[in-house]
Every structure is written in structure tokens, then in C-alpha cells.
Design a protein around this ligand. Structure first.
Ligand code: 8YV
Length: 324
């Protein structure tokens, strides 16, 4: 008999068919308690779980006593209780490689949009305010040859460093848990402590996962140490930044602008003070959101789940020790 799985995110038809060749799929709209109650039998039978952007905690795992593998359509897995998964010998699979270049493109887009004020001036044009040749109050600042600081030198950091170094002749600083020889050799990236990075960089780009260590890593102190001309970019996870402190820093002119793909609360509440600031480019967590990459992530997550259920895990596993 085929194993049963719960699917909590829509898949393209061809991927759903690929999945259904090997497993029996119950599609649910979300993982909220009322949904779990409604589909109680399917959750009780499920050996696999596939989806993204929902909380998977020990209360949910209790409803899935037969679960052997969870596969997230994302690289980040902060919404999973990994300890609880480990305690139940449940494999956790993710999609760490397929989205790297796309997210690096998104970050570069935020760098360019904030520095050159693309959104701000485009809105003025739409509002009919482009009535004569523009003056300095419409100007932006240069990106090329400015110093880019990368906090979190993983795959995406490396792809960003490549773009900055070769595409924009930018000196690259970085801070990470460990040195990254490839970034240093290929892109001339200079390792430095966090304080040096925030003081010297013209663009401070955060690409960190959310963990106990990174929660509110950036707050009032870091913003106060940045150049007043600095531009802050967050494309990792919202809660890595104390958003209130960011708002204050922007309001006080401690930094020049911010480009944000992630927020403490998503979707960003419509009354967020960030939304009324002309020097903030806020986008709705689009890091990996291209047709090609979202398809590739979903395909990778399907393969990951099938591999895990078939005992063939070779890559993309967060907790391979569980396989024994
Ligand atoms: C997705 C992401 O937005 O992969 C991640 O960790 O943050 C994004 O690529 C998200 O998880 C939805 O699939």
C-alpha cells in the first residue's frame, strides 16, 4: 500500500501527478487546529507532510503519530520545531540550493531600488508630478564602487558577493559564523566583526536564518553605529531585526533608507509605519518568488519527500542523524 501524506500547499499539476504515483495525497488548506480536526483521520495516517509557510510544532506532531518525513518548500525551516521532529525520528527536508540565484537577484533589486529611489520616483511619475526636468530632490545615490556588507555568508551571500564584485565593482565585507575562503578568494570579500561591518558598509544586507542566536540581532545599537548614508536591507527573516528600532532609526535619519523583503509580522500590517516612509521599499517576501524558482523549489521538495519516505536521503536533509 502507498504511504499517505498531507499536502498543505497547492502544487503544479505535473508535480502533483508525480507525487501521486508514489503516495496517497490528502490536500488540506492549512495546518490550523480546526483543519487538523476536520481531517483528523488523514493526519492520523500521514507518513509524510509537504508544504510551506506554516507552523509545525509538537502539538501538530502529536496528531501525526505515523509521520516519518516532513518536506518544506523553502530553504528556511524556522517554522518547524526541529527538536520535536528529532524526538519523533521525523526527517526534515528543505530546498537549500534551487533558490540561491533568485534570492540574490532580489537582494540586488532592493539595493538598486533603495539607492536609486526607483519606487519613490516612479510613484511621483504616476502621480503626475514629473512636470519638468528633475532636480536634486529626485536624485539617488550610486551603487557601483560602494561597500557592500553581507551578514550571513551562506550560498545566497556568496551569490550576492559575486554580483556586487563583478557586476558593480563593490568592495565586499562580510560577517558570518565562520570564514568563507571561497568568498575571499573569488570575490575579494573581507571578513570582519559585526560592529566593523555596520560602521564601514554603505549597504548592510542581512541574509540570516532565524534562530535563538539571530533573534533581534539587529537593534538600536547597530543602527546607531551605521553611517547616516547607509542603506539597510533585510532578506533573511523579519525577527532578526527589532523592527521598532528600525522604524526609529529611519524616523531619526540615523540611516538613509531600507529595503525589506521580510518583516516581524507577515503579511506586514497595513498600519505599519514603514509603509508611510518614502525611503522604505517594502516587498511581500518575494525572495524566491519567480515562476521558475517556485516551480523548482516545489519539484525539489516533492523529490525530497519521496527520497525520505523511501529511505534514500542523500542531500537536503536538516536532521540526517534521524535516518540512523
Ligand atoms: C519562501 C523563503 O518565501 O525559502 C525560504 O526560506 O523564505 C522563501 O523562499 C517561502 O518559504 C514560501 O515558500
Amino acid at each position: 500500500m502507498k504511504p499517505s501524506i498531507i499536502l498543505y500547499k497547492a502544487l503544479p499539476d505535473d508535480l502533483l501527478h508525480r507525487l501521486e504515483e508514489h503516495v496517497t495525497v490528502t490536500q488540506v488548506p492549512n495546518l490550523r487546529p480546526e483543519t487538523v480536526e476536520q481531517y483528523a483521520q488523514a493526519f492520523a495516517n500521514a507518513e509524510g507532510l509537504l508544504g510551506s509557510s506554516q507552523t509545525v510544532d509538537s502539538a501538530l506532531l502529536e496528531k501525526m503519530p505515523r509521520l516519518r518525513a516532513a518536506s518544506t518548500i523553502s530553504v528556511g525551516y524556522d517554522n518547524f520545531d526541529v527538536e520535536a521532529l528529532n524526538a519523533r525520528n521525523v526527517l526534515l527536508m528543505h530546498t537549500p540550493t534551487v533558490l540561491t540565484e533568485t534570492v540574490a537577484d532580489t537582494i540586488m533589486a532592493l539595493v538598486l531600488a533603495t539607492a536609486r529611489r526607483v519606487v519613490d520616483v516612479a510613484e511621483r511619475v504616476k502621480a503626475g508630478q514629473w512636470t519638468k526636468s528633475i532636480g536634486p530632490d529626485w536624485f539617488g545615490t550610486d551603487v557601483h564602487h560602494k561597500t557592500l556588507g553581507i551578514v550571513g555568508m551562506g550560498r545566497i551571500g556568496l551569490a550576492l558577493a559575486q554580483r556586487a564584485h563583478f557586476g558593480f565593482s563593490m568592495p565586499v565585507l562580510y560577517n558570518a559564523r565562520r570564514r568563507h575562503p571561497e568568498a575571499e578568494e573569488r570575490f575579494n570579500a573581507r571578513y570582519c566583526d559585526l560592529d566593523t561591518l555596520v560602521q564601514e558598509a554603505d549597504f548592510v544586507c542581512l541574509i540570516l536564518p532565524l534562530t535563538d542566536e539571530t533573534h533581534h540581532l539587529f537593534g538600536a545599537e547597530q543602527f546607531a553605529h551605521m553611517k547616516r548614508s547607509a542603506i539597510f536591507i533585510n532578506a533573511g527573516r523579519g525577527p532578526v531585526v527589532d523592527e521598532k528600532a528600525l522604524v526609529t532609526a529611519l524616523q531619526n535619519g540615523e540611516i538613509q533608507a531600507a529595503g525589506l523583503d521580510v518583516f516581524e509580522q507577515e503579511p506586514l500590517p497595513v498600519d505599519s509605519p514603514l509603509l508611510s516612509m518614502h525611503n522604505v521599499v517594502a516587498v511581500p517576501h518575494i525572495g524566491s518568488a519567480t515562476h521558475e524558482t517556485r516551480y523548482n523549489m516545489a519539484a525539489c521538495a516533492v523529490d525530497n519527500l519521496l527520497d525520505a519516505l523511501q529511505g534514500k536521503v542523500r542531500k537536503n536533509c536538516v536532521n540526517p542523524q534521524v535516518a540512523g
